[in-house]
Ligand binder design. Structure first.
Ligand code: ATP
Ligand code: MG
Length: 225
């Protein structure tokens, strides 16, 4: 395997069993290098979120293997999987899922405190990331006291607290207007350019996608080349 590849999928399929069987992903082969900025495009129901969940080790393939930094996900036990998610993966969903009772700063500190990062250190890191996401001025606001775009910037900052090698973003601008979407995209771009962050982002915005290193198109569970 090429060592530059941070994410490798080999013959990955995912079928959801149930009263109606759904073949969400069909024999996917895909490699993403460290520092690559990829957009993932495709129609509704084509398998984009499923693919992100598998790469984020939140779900397992029905067949095939996924390697993150050369580690085969299927070979890891529960403890190693948790560590992989913590050390490698930052996830941003379409809706931000910030904790409503807590301020922006606290929303970044809490995931660190949960893994026993000392409070001073967690605070310092949180302030740095809020600054990087250009939202430091709202650090003491709760989610309800921020705009949708501001909340999404906080959510992206939060996804980075544990220094993940990989940022997976599932339509991070899905609920935002075009001005706020532009801000989110420029934040992702700066993370990639300045910090060599490996990013896979689901987007429907052709213009934004054309500015990323690579567009991965998925139709009906298959990657189109
Ligand atoms: N938990 C599940 N159980 C059964 N089927 C599922 C499940 N999750 C997804 N699917 C099916 O798998 C397929 C791919 O779904 P997925 O959510 O990955 O699509 P998507 O490309 O993210 O779509 P969208 O753009 O609408 O978010 C769809 O046909 C969907 O109905
Ligand atoms: Mg989806």
């Amino acid at each position: 395997m090429d060592d530059d590849n941070l994410i490798v999928l080999e013959n990955v399929s995912k079928t959801f069993e149930g009263n109606i069987k759904s073949e969400a992903l069909k024999n996917i082969n895909l490699s993403i290098k460290k520092g690559e900025f990829c957009s993932l495009m495709g129609p509704s129901g084509s398998g984009k979120s499923t693919l992100l969940y598998l790469i984020g080790a939140l779900d397992i393939p029905s067949s095939g293997e996924i390697y993150i930094n050369s580690q085969a996900i299927s070979k890891l036990n529960e403890k190693q999987l948790t560590k992989l998610r913590q050390d490698y993966i930052g996830l941003v969903f379409q809706f931000h899922f910030l904790l409503p009772e807590f301020t922006a700063l606290e929303n970044l500190m809490i995931p660190q405190l949960l893994i026993k990062v000392p409070k001073d250190q967690a605070k310092k890191k949180s302030l740095e990331l809020l600054e990087k996401a250009n939202i430091l001025h709202k650090k003491d606001n709760r989610p309800s006291q921020m705009s949708g775009g501001e909340q999404q910037r906080v959510a992206i900052a939060r996804s980075l607290v544990n220094n993940p090698l990989i940022l997976l973003a599932d339509e991070p601008t899905g609920n935002l207007d075009s001005a706020n979407s532009k801000n989110i995209y420029s934040l992702l771009r700066s993370l990639n350019e300045e910090h060599n962050q490996t990013i896979l982002v689901v987007t429907h915005d052709q213009n934004f996608a054309s500015q990323t290193n690579r567009i991965i198109e998925i139709i009906d569970g298959k990657i189109v080349v």
